[in-house]
Design a protein around this ligand. Structure first.
Ligand SMILES: O=c1nc2n(C[C@H](O)[C@H](O)[C@H](O)CO)c3cc(O)ccc3cc-2c(=O)[nH]1
Ligand SMILES: C[C@H]1O[C@@H](n2cnc3c(N)ncnc32)[C@H](O)[C@@H]1O
Ligand code: MET
Ligand code: SF4
Length: 379
């Protein structure tokens, strides 16, 4: 692990210096994860796109005045889940707006019509429904949650996650990315990560880069994640996600991070974070995603053969065979993993309640089979 001051010193690393930094990170990745990269075959379930926050970069969120704002019905959830299962998906990624009923009458009305008075109760029951009616494993990405909320969701989700985004309090100020976003205070985000640790929830987090934070704040965000992992051991993956500017948002005119910035951040994340944390970067937010490999990633996150990335809908997923080719070209294989990483699967019901342990075990051999086919297909 490198020191904070060393990490901070890489702010402007470019050319040969960036190359050397990436080589160091790639070596650390090879030692910890070998010559294999992974992804999770998933469907995206945007349970509701209304939200009480209004992040400056987000197009997922819809105003209740928009005809596109909605809460999915149980039938819609199961339709997507069944179609995904038929395509051999193994993860149902529930990603949704945060507590929309606390701000919007339309959210209260739609939830009431379904028999609920809050989003998280409905989320719980829809995860349960997917578990009952399909083979998919739910992964919950519902933003900032309390100890009690996380605890209630644990038996119906194989893993959960929430992007820290960044520890910067500056971003809450007027004109900044997280202005008027009660769920994006660093305090609430860090507390969610901490409570998930107390509850032994296999947890995904990460940073969104290029949203107005400084390089030092980026490093400090990674350190904050590292410290919570050292206390609880529950962080399975850290996502390094690049901000993409979207038409119609407050940050439409803001500059996007370039490829060097992504490589530099990925490499520093690999060198700051403990070896057992997976470093993930999405392949659909950068044309030259293949160069993330030599910067130290070992995972591409969820890729869907069915649903779009609802958070970045204009950024289509690459074909899984193209991702496999990019890996193979650099001497790596591509394998399928489940939403809960291997290391968390066999720990005597610490991370998985008994009902989920059985469900996970049933999928392990299917994922291994798919991985063999994938390598065979393109070899
Ligand atoms: O398709 C996406 N998947 C996102 N995922 C899902 C991810 O790609 C994987 O499917 C899961 O993390 C399972 O490993 C997230 C999961 C989290 O827990 C937190 C944040 C994200 C963010 C995204 C995202 O922007 N787009
Ligand atoms: C689910 C996650 O998606 C990310 N997210 C939201 N909007 C954008 C965007 N414009 N570009 C990239 N990532 C985004 C945030 O980090 C959120 O936590
Ligand atoms: C489009 S973001 C979905 C998850 C949650 N609202 C968050 O921001 O963390
Ligand atoms: S990024 Fe998440 S919290 Fe922010 S507005 Fe979009 S849905 Fe809401």
């Amino acid at each position: 692990m490198i020191s904070v001051s060393e990490a901070i010193s890489y702010e402007f690393a470019t050319g040969p210096d960036l190359y050397a930094l990436c080589q160091q990170a790639a070596k650390a990745r090879d030692n910890a994860w070998g010559k294999q990269l992974t992804y999770s075959k998933k469907v995206f379930i945007p349970l509701t796109n209304m939200c009480r926050d209004s992040c400056g970069y987000c197009t997922f969120v819809q105003s209740p005045d928009s005809p596109h704002s909605n809460v999915m019905t149980p039938q819609q959830v199961l339709k997507t889940a069944h179609e995904g299962a038929a395509l051999d998906c193994k993860e149902a990624l529930f990603s949704l707006g945060e507590r929309p009923e606390e701000r919007h009458q339309k959210a209260r009305d739609l939830l009431a019509a379904l028999g609920y008075d809050n989003t998280l109760d409905y989320l719980h029951d829809q995860c349960e429904s997917v578990l009952t009616h399909t083979t998919l494993l739910p992964h919950v990405n519902a933003g900032a949650l309390s100890f009690d909320e996380l605890k209630r969701l644990k038996p119906v989700a194989a893993s959960m996650g929430m992007m820290l985004e960044n520890v910067s309090n500056e971003l809450l100020k007027q004109g900044q990315a997280h202005y008027a976003c009660p769920d994006k205070t660093p305090k609430r985000r860090l507390d969610t990560i901490e409570q998930a640790g107390r509850l032994d929830i296999a947890f995904t987090t990460g940073i969104l880069i290029g949203i107005g934070e400084s390089w030092e704040e980026r490093v400090l965000s990674l350190i904050a994640i590292r410290d919570r992992h050292l206390a609880y051991g529950h962080i399975q993956e850290v996502i390094i996600q690049n901000f993409r500017a979207k038409v119609g948002t407050a940050m439409a005119g803001c500059q996007e991070p370039d490829l060097d910035d992504m490589k530099r951040t990925i490499a520093v994340a690999r060198l700051i974070l403990p070896d057992d944390i997976s470093i993930q970067a999405p392949p659909n937010l950068e044309v030259e995603y293949g160069s993330y490999i030599n910067a130290g990633i070992n995972d591409w996150g969820g890729i869907s053969p069915l649903t779009k990335d609802f958070i970045n809908p204009e950024r289509a997923w690459p074909q899984i065979s193209s991702v496999a080719q990019a890996c193979n070209g650099l001497g790596y294989s591509l394998a399928e993993r489940l939403t809960i990483y291997d290391r968390f699967q066999h720990q005597d019901h610490k991370y998985l309640t008994p009902n989920l342990t059985q469900r996970v075990a049933a999928l392990v051999s299917r994922a291994a089979h798919a991985s063999r086919q994938l390598q065979g297909d393109i070899a």
